[in-house]
Write a new protein. Structure first.
Length: 123
């Protein structure tokens, strides 16, 4: 098994384990931060490894948050892309058809705070 695949499976089992342990401990709310476009039938192992289905199996009332690509100071994605703009040719992902919906980390943090702000948050 390739190291990358083991790493993805580790994330999958970690998410499931956290949800199961939270359920067993009587935790009332669990939020999983997944990603936009996450589906169990995705052709991408990375997307499938987010483990949403197993989290919901272990913790049925879990709240799944699916933000777009996160950006902020020292991020690992958009900062790199901005550096690529200095090149004479800019590579295009997905033949230029790939769409991104970046969201700032502070906006996601504020949304998560609102999720925990009231007793009647529904999934």
């Amino acid at each position: 098994m390739r190291a990358g695949r083991r790493q993805l499976e580790g994330k999958f089992s970690w998410a499931c384990s956290c949800a199961f342990r939270a359920s067993q401990a009587g935790i009332e709310r669990l939020v999983q931060i997944s990603g936009i476009g996450a589906t169990t039938d995705s052709s991408s192992a990375y997307v499938r490894a987010r483990g949403e289905a197993t989290v919901l199996d272990a913790f049925p009332r879990a709240i799944i948050v699916r933000p777009g690509v996160l950006f902020g100071p020292h991020d690992a994605f958009l900062s790199i892309l901005s550096g690529l703009t200095r090149l004479p040719v800019i590579p295009l992902f997905g033949q230029g058809e790939t769409r991104l919906q970046p969201v700032h980390v502070v906006d996601v943090a504020r949304a998560l705070i609102r999720l925990f702000g009231g007793p009647n948050v529904m999934r």
